[in-house]
Design a protein around this ligand. Sequence first.
Ligand SMILES: Cc1ncc(C[n+]2csc(CCOP(=O)(O)OP(=O)(O)O)c2C)c(N)n1
Length: 315
Amino acid sequence: MTILDLYKKVYLIRKAEERICQLYPEDKMKTPMHMSMGGEAISAGVCQALNKEDQVLGSCRSHALYLSKTGETDEFFAEMFGKATGGSKGKAGSMHLNSPENGLMSTLAIVSGGISVAVGAAFANKRIKNNKITAIFFGDGAIEEGCFWESINIACLMELPILFICEDNGFAKNTPISKRHGYESISEIASKFRCNVFEEEGVDAEVVYNTTKKALDIMKENRMPCFLHFNYYRYLEHVGVNQYFDEYRPKEEFEEWRKKDPVELLRKRVSEEDAVRIEKEQDEQIEKSISLAESAPFAGKEEAHKDIFYEKDKL
Ligand SMILES: Cc1ncc(C[n+]2csc(CCOP(=O)(O)OP(=O)(O)O)c2C)c(N)n1
């Protein structure tokens, strides 16, 4: 049932991140943390609408995407703790997550870096006619990169099966959008391309799910890419596990958004019995994964030069 699946996803993400916030000060997780908190509904809703074999790629802020697409936490926490059992054997950390068996191709720390890769994947899918959709998630800051414009242009020109998902929290680090964009509306600009454009608030996972389903239906008919623009509020600082307020991010603004918290919104729509059962299952899964990760070994030195591209002779 979709609402239960959605609640399970948003709860898992929130709880996993709350545990990261508690554990991070112990300094055992040696990776920068770009927290998804506040934006859970976007990944949860989009991934619920996709098939398992559809592909997703994301930005440095992709805990929510990973957990939504995979539902697994063993490799996730192992990667946070830098352990050999992590998805990248502990060598990549929080910003570079992957789980190809679940369709998560990669998350990338370079702002907009995944967008052209996703277009390449969509091109391949179209050529081999496998009906897979590729969804690329990026922040509003990625739209300032040339890579975004080149990518959306070629995707529209070639009519590729791709969803561009803009997770717009109004900030790139601490700079607000009004100090960065020489135009008023991201969706309006995107609508000048030959693609299907949707804009919604990204706090209600059911709304995000329904919007994505609609986008996929239209895409099936007209075979054009989709651009989905979702607004949300980042609860924590740009990088790190603490809250951050300043003149551009006043606490009152956070408190307004907090009234439509993605987890609380959905909890009101499921029965108490279902909510308690889901929360217990997810809590147990998370605690098991954390203890497995803490007791797992680090990768040996022989792993240092594996899984990377390099010119052997130059080392
Ligand atoms: C090409 C590039 N330039 C600068 C950075 C440094 N940087 C990391 S995150 C970030 C802001 C990204 O903002 P946005 O795309 O809106 O995503 P958000 O962090 O808000 O999720 C910047 C400038 C980078 N990683 N890559």
